[in-house]
Unconditional design. Structure first.
Length: 147
């Protein structure tokens, strides 16, 4: 059976209590793992639009500002009982929100805004932790004072 290619997109969402505060990152509890809001692209939809739509559908958050210059792809393989072997490519963006309230879809059992260290520990998959480290490094670099 040939490998099937699928594409998804998502957002690493963060908020800050004040402009100089450390970011808090939104994680979703899928019941068996903690990860970011993400999902399949619809026909004719680009990655950024899909990421924002999935965020809104999964969390109710619709006031996210995607950060220019942050776009990371991850790829992994898995086997689906019906579809067979799948190669999934996920494009992740970094987005800031001022929202405190999360309204979960039925895909999730919980959510949390967490500081970097706690979020890093809670994420289930190594590639999700790598994405979080890249997001934190991006935010740290963009908040450095200009000399």
């Amino acid at each position: 059976m040939p490998v099937r290619n699928e594409r998804s997109a998502g957002v690493i969402v963060f908020r800050r209590k004040t402009s100089s505060a450390e970011p808090q990152f939104l994680l979703l509890d899928y019941g068996r793992h903690w990860d970011y809001p993400k999902g399949h692209l619809e026909v004719g939809e680009d990655e950024a639009a899909a990421a924002v739509r999935e965020l809104r559908e999964e969390t109710g958050i619709d006031d996210v500002a995607l950060m220019a210059g942050f776009r990371h792809n991850i790829q992994y393989m898995f086997r689906d009982r019906r579809k067979g072997l799948i190669r999934k490519t996920v494009t992740m963006f970094l987005g800031q929100t001022a929202t405190n309230d999360v309204t979960l879809s039925d895909e999730h059992v919980g959510s949390a805004f967490l500081a970097f260290e706690e979020a890093f520990k809670r994420l289930t998959y190594p590639n999700a932790r790598e994405l979080l480290a890249a997001a934190k490094a991006f935010l740290d670099a963009s908040s450095l004072p200009v000399e």
